[in-house]
Ligand binder design. Structure first.
Ligand code: G4P
Length: 535
């Protein structure tokens, strides 16, 4: 029996309470990359900003698997970075902004303890932000809001807050307030401290920290800091917020009922450091997680009391084209992890050694010797890990299974050169393991189909098969547009004539439908069966 001593628990508690593990959610172009880069700048890791962004625009050498990400200007794969920020250790999970990747994003968000929502001040709450916010709400992840691009002409701050409330259905509480906007954006007022932070751009613009003058709103010098018309506007807004604004409380924030809102400009760094400081202050560290005990009961795993445990939330193959390896990303939920630790792999019921663990900063891998609750560890996957797997020192439970979404686009896919069949099968299998696509088989086992949540995943599939497995593919899109897992006897299921019954990777029966009408019809005709949308 593995036990933790009081001293070890103290160490774990102290280390875990320093961790902030979160995702930045936003619509493409709102400024997620820029803000992430500024987090690196303020943490002292970058002397000048531009590293993350440069990678994105192709100015730095990048691995092959990022090619497509660059071509499309979107973030396709979610990865994790770890680095210190002041007194804390940051684990930032990158969530892809494109709608077709919701499943990957969903799984990544299970590893986050909080989220930062970035909103473009000119555009307000956009579709992808809304979808990602919904996932946070479902998972009860507390969300902080950063209203970005205040240096450009945008909408009125009060309108933006109302939009957050109306569209997302969460109370927004302004923690700071912008002074002016567009070319007149001078700084922010920290409401609680009644303090103005007046910024002055440095010659190098966003690549360096701006000069900041701090002055109390009740200090005599304040009047000279801001032009009259901006001061009038500011005082009006502040009064209005005091009377009618939403109050902020940590409890309500942690319960997901209120989002603290901050204004700033990631590009010019105005309002950025105060935001990060508030973020590390408010954002929770790892909390207890529920799990299913082997006897079927639901239990709670305390991050400090339970020896090392973690689960796999993401698999990513071929991140380095020189090494044909696959990385499993593990989220540490309890205890202390050590390099080369031998742990119990609950699904396969055997021991595995966790060798070569690493964390990432931008494109660099760093070897990890120890890790604590909240940390994300990359492990070279010797082929034993699947998404959702639980590992621990103690065994006896499994973290909640990660939900799978039903595919909405389907295709028949085959290698154009039949001699490449073996490489093709290997590639398809790997991508299905990563959860990028689903594979289906006809009931007679003769035909193969692939399914995905969106069409873009098929492009990724073809791209990755070409670049990583050297296989060209032909893909014929099929007319099915939705699917559902079938519960009940397959033989007695009366399928509509335009539907098709297949099995998924886990041999579970799935029905593919051509229209919502057909799905409804199937439901009506088969009252002894259930058609499930999410598993
Ligand atoms: P994303 O990851 O959310 O997709 O957005 P990203 O940070 O790449 O930002 C999208 C564009 O918006 C970039 O410009 C970026 O420089 C700009 N941007 C981000 N934050 C701010 C801000 O606070 N103010 C202003 N004015 N612009 C901002 P780009 O021209 O598309 O790319 P780049 O050549 O600058 O990298």
């Amino acid at each position: 029996m593995v036990m933790l001593t009081t001293q070890m628990k103290q160490e774990i508690r102290a280390a875990a309470s320093k961790r902030r593990t979160f995702a930045i959610i936003s619509h493409p172009d709102a400024g997620k990359t820029t803000l992430t880069e500024k987090l690196l700048l303020y943490s002292g890791l970058l002397r000048t900003a531009g590293m993350v962004g440069a990678r994105k625009s192709g100015k730095l050498a990048a691995s092959d698997w990022m090619e497509m990400e660059q071509e499309r200007g979107i973030s396709i794969t979610a990865s994790a970075m770890q680095f210190p920020y002041k007194e804390t250790i940051i684990n930032v999970l990158d969530t892809p902004g494109h709608q077709d990747f919701c499943e990957d994003t969903y799984r990544t968000l299970t590893a986050a303890d909080s989220a930062i929502m970035v909103i473009d001040a000119a555009k307000g709450v956009e579709t992808q932000t809304r979808k990602l916010f919904e996932v946070c709400r479902l998972r009860k992840i507390p969300v902080l809001t950063f209203i970005n691009k205040m240096d450009l002409p945008g909408r009125l701050p009060l309108d933006l807050l109302s939009e957050v409330e109306d569209v997302l259905g969460i109370h927004a509480s302004a923690m700071n307030w912008p002074v002016g906007s567009g070319s007149e954006f001078l700084g922010v007022v920290e409401r609680e401290k009644r303090r103005l932070l007046r910024y002055t751009k440095m010659a190098s613009a966003g690549a360096a920290k701006p000069m900041v003058t701090e002055i109390g709103l009740d200090d005599s010098g304040y009047v000279e800091e801001i032009p009259h018309h901006l001061r009038e506007e500011l005082e009006h807004d502040l009064e209005l917020l005091d009377v009618a604004g939403n109050p902020f409380s940590r409890e309500e924030f942690q319960a997901g009922n209120v989002t603290p809102a901050f204004f700033g400009s990631a590009l010019t760094n105005f309002g950025v450091e105060v935001f990060f400081d508030a973020f590390v202050d408010f954002a929770p560290s790892a909390e207890a997680r529920s799990a299913d005990a082997n006897d079927g009961t639901e239990i709670t795993i305390d991050p400090v009391e339970v020896p090392f445990s973690a689960y796999v939330f993401k698999l990513q193959a071929n991140m380095n084209p020189r090494h044909r390896d696959s990385t499993a990303f593990l989220r540490v939920c309890s205890g202390r992890f050590e390099r080369d630790m031998v742990v119990k792999h609950h699904r396969v019921k055997s021991d595995v050694r966790l060798s070569r663990p690493h964390s990432m900063v931008a494109k660099d891998r760093n070897t990890l010797d120890v890790a604590y609750p909240g940390d994300v560890i990359g492990i070279i996957n010797p082929g034993v890990f699947q998404i959702g797997d639980t590992i621990s020192l103690t065994d006896g439970f499994n973290y909640k299974p990660l939900p799978q979404f039903q595919s909405e686009v389907f295709a028949r896919v085959r290698p154009t050169d039949t001699t490449k069949r073996k490489a093709f099968d290997k590639g398809i299998e790997q991508l299905a393991l990563e959860g990028a696509i689903q594979i289906f088989k006809s009931l007679d086992g003769l035909e193969f189909f692939v399914g995905a949540v969106g069409k873009l995943q098929f492009d990724v599939l073809a791209f990755r098969l070409r670049s990583e497995y050297r296989v060209e593919t032909q893909l014929d899109i099929l007319a099915y547009e939705s699917s559902a897992w079938l519960e009940g006897e397959v033989k007695t299921f009366k399928a509509p004539s335009d539907a098709l019954v297949v099995t998924d990777q886990r041999e579970r029966p799935v029905v593919l439908f051509r229209s919502p009408w057909s799905k409804n019809f199937a439901r009506e005709r088969n009252s002894d069966h259930a058609l499930l949308e999410m598993g």
